[in-house]
Design a binder for this molecule. Sequence first.
Ligand code: ADP
Ligand code: ZN
Length: 214
Amino acid sequence: MRIVLLGAPGAGKGTIAKLLSDFDGSVQISTGDILRNAVKAKTKLGLEAQGYMERGELVPDRLIMDIMEARLQEPDCAKGYLLDGFPRTIPQAEELKKLLTKLNMKLDAVINIDVPKEVILDRLTTRRTCSNPDCQEIYNIKSKPPSPDGKCLKCGSPAVQRADETVEAITKRLETYNEKTAPLIDFYAKEGLLKTIASLSSDEIVSQIKEAVK
Ligand code: ADP
Ligand code: ZN
């Protein structure tokens, strides 16, 4: 399947993408993960992106489009892809539309995961992420804790709070979402691709997505 996952930070896009990827082999493409890996590796992209990310701001559209133009042409995308965290702005959505036409690809759907703000705040402050770049398993200290000494249950690396998961950065990310990304809901409704799912259960969301792309 080829889908875009829309939703505020903490809506569960990454978790849903992993479940769908296990289901049909579609590849999860997370611009956040790509950028965090570039920051860690101190590549040119990483050095450019780091400041924006730590402040909870968006990285410039041009950098993101360069990443995605290359990424969507990699062979693993032939099986389908789940875009997690991209597009994030109207210009990115417009560029994506052109890019898909050029690559002769069509999206099956754009899924808007609609979660109440209180739930989002609670999830983001309790979230922990495996620090191993090849794993990046997501934990939650309340609902899905890592080991008692804070290690990833899959690979044993420390599960840590991301640099952009301080209260200030979280507040900023939510503002950025409302201002820059929420308008994509209308954009994709007009394109006839939008499906909004208001559920807090990953299993429920996944089964509704499977139904929507059948
Ligand atoms: P979130 O949990 O906020 O959805 P992500 O892991 O998707 O986090 O992204 C983390 C950060 O990476 C964002 O706050 C932003 O700085 C940057 N980023 C990720 N994807 C994009 C994008 N498509 N456009 C611009 N910036 C992005
Ligand atoms: Zn791990």
